[in-house]
Write a protein that binds this ligand. Structure first.
Ligand code: PRP
Ligand code: MN
Ligand code: MG
Length: 181
């Protein structure tokens, strides 16, 4: 599929993201106060910037692990088939776990990962998503903490890609096509 021409309009600034993460980190600290070690699990690749900023705000004993999933590939539509490309390194049985996702769209990715991790009997399994697009949901999943609810627009930046590009933008933007479809 040839790349279409597009521009990116800023939706959420880097400053707003940082402020929201600081607020959320206090809620997470309250939830997990007294934990011996929280396993923070990032879903690659989209969450790599969010998890990096989030764990640096968390005043808790933290271990970091990753699961790599893929659903969208280079497409703009969810394949609804979530593949686990890389599993956790560590054992989470009896542990407190926080899954970190960049965006919940249809919800298939998060639902699939939660089902998998739950089967390993963690003590507590919670989820945080920077962005939530509830209008697109196809599952009854929702994250315990959400950074921002957004409209049904294709977003990029702060870890999120369009055809693997734009993950390095420090803000969240929406993709606007400027050529005739
Ligand atoms: C994107 C995004 C979420 C997921 C959300 O990942 O990062 O993980 O899709 O969509 P859903 O709620 O409809 O499942 P993608 O599959 O593009 O992989 P990536 O994180 O490596 O970009
Ligand atoms: Mn992802
Ligand atoms: Mg992607």
């Amino acid at each position: 599929m040839p790349q279409r021409a597009y521009v990116i309009d800023k939706l959420i600034s880097a400053k707003s993201i940082a402020a929201r993460i600081e607020t959320l980190s206090h809620e997470i600290e309250a939830e997990f106060a007294g934990t011996s070690k929280l396993v923070v699990v990032g879903l690659l690749r989209g969450s790599f910037i969010f998890i990096a900023d989030l764990v640096r705000e968390l005043d808790l004993p933290v271990e970091v692990d990753f699961v790599e999933t893929s659903s969208y590939g280079n497409a703009m539509e969810s394949s609804r088939e979530v593949r686990i490309l890389k599993d956790l390194r560590g054992d989470i049985e009896g542990r407190d776990v926080l899954v970190v996702e960049d965006i919940v769209d249809t919800g298939h990715t998060l639902a699939h990962v939660l089902h998998l991790l739950n089967s390993r009997r963690p003590a507590r399994l919670r989820t945080i998503a920077l962005l939530d697009k509830p209008s697109r949901r196809e599952t009854d999943i929702s994250a315990d903490w959400i950074g921002f609810e957004i409209p049904d627009e294709f977003v990029v930046g702060y870890g999120i890609d369009y055809a693997q590009r734009n993950r390095n933008l420090p803000y969240i933007g929406t993709v606007r096509f400027i050529d005739p479809a």
